[in-house]
Design a protein around this ligand. Structure first.
Ligand SMILES: Nc1ncnc2c1ncn2[C@@H]1O[C@H](COP(=O)(O)OP(=O)(O)OP(=O)(O)O)[C@@H](O)[C@H]1O
Ligand SMILES: [Mg+2]
Length: 250
């Protein structure tokens, strides 16, 4: 579903991604690992279409369609979801109301009417039960005073409601405690299906014990220097990244 070919991207004239090739098929979970500053978050931003990055070479295709001229909003409507896409605090707008708006925006883009209130309530109920989200949480003001774990819960809830085709989760926050890791892991495992795919950016081998990836890729200096199965994550845990850096420069 997602095909990235020889992707090069820069910010302020500085090249950060230097020829990424990656194919993600429906039903797969890909983990992206790699040292700080290797370009993981940049890759996520470029897939989502964030405008501060310039694609200088290569392409990203979703279901065979080149995303080059497609805005971040349209990409989202086509099923690309990036965690932390909406980190804004919106005082006075509840988690539920924000979600209603997001869903109806997405329907409007597809030429559909607003979702009937009854159907919306049912969907919210179903998804919040699936993810064990407390009623009280749904009426809280978006991101206002959210703890790290609550932010995660909100993100996973957004993902559950929007049912993306490709979900990119950037778990760079070193402050995630075991509960937050579990929220992410449970959410991903429950929402994963044969029709969607997950790209999970993480430093945590521990997270990959809960969400078992089909592929693990190591990014270094803007390139994927190694790909493998889930055992690669264990090897990295054991050996660190230095051996790969050496391989990459040879
Ligand atoms: N908006 C920006 N302006 C300037 N430089 C940037 C910008 N975004 C990223 N970079 C640079 O690009 C490089 C890659 O950053 P990126 O955030 O993609 O790394 P990362 O692999 O996600 O690292 P971490 O593991 O620390 O999250 C870094 O050198 C960073 O400073
Ligand atoms: Mg990052």
């Amino acid at each position: 579903m997602l095909k990235i070919k020889n992707l090069h991207a820069s910010v302020d004239g500085k090249e950060i991604l230097r020829g990424i090739n990656l194919e993600v098929k429906a039903g797969e979970v890909h983990a992206i690992m790699g040292p700080n500053g290797s370009g993981k978050s940049t890759l996520a931003s470029v897939i989502a279409g964030k405008e501060e990055f310039e694609v200088t070479e290569g392409s990203i295709e979703l279901y065979g369609e080149d995303l080059e001229d497609i805005s971040p909003e349209e990409r989202a409507h086509k099923g690309v979801f990036l965690s932390f896409q909406y980190p804004v605090e919106i005082p006075g707008v509840s988690v539920t109301n924000f979600m209603k708006t997001a869903i109806n925006e997405s329907r409007k883009a597809k030429g559909l009417e607003d979702m009937p209130a009854k159907e919306m309530l049912k969907l919210i109920r179903e998804k919040s039960e699936l993810l064990e989200i407390d009623r009280k949480f749904l009426s809280r003001s978006l991101n206002e005073g959210f703890s790290g774990g609550e932010k995660k819960r909100n993100e996973i809830f957004q993902m559950a409601m929007l049912e993306p085709k490709v979900a990119i989760l950037d778990e760079t926050d070193s402050g995630l405690d075991i509960d937050a890791l579990r929220i992410v892991a449970n959410g991903v495992n429950k929402l994963k299906s044969k029709d969607n795919a997950v790209i999970l950016i993480t430093h945590y081998q521990r997270l990959l014990e809960y969400i078992v990836p089909d592929f693990v890729h190591v990014l270094h200096n803007g390139k994927i220097v190694k790909s493998g199965g889930k055992e690669l994550a264990l090897e990295l845990e054991d050996k660190g990244y230095d051996w790969l850096k050496q391989e990459a420069t040879v």
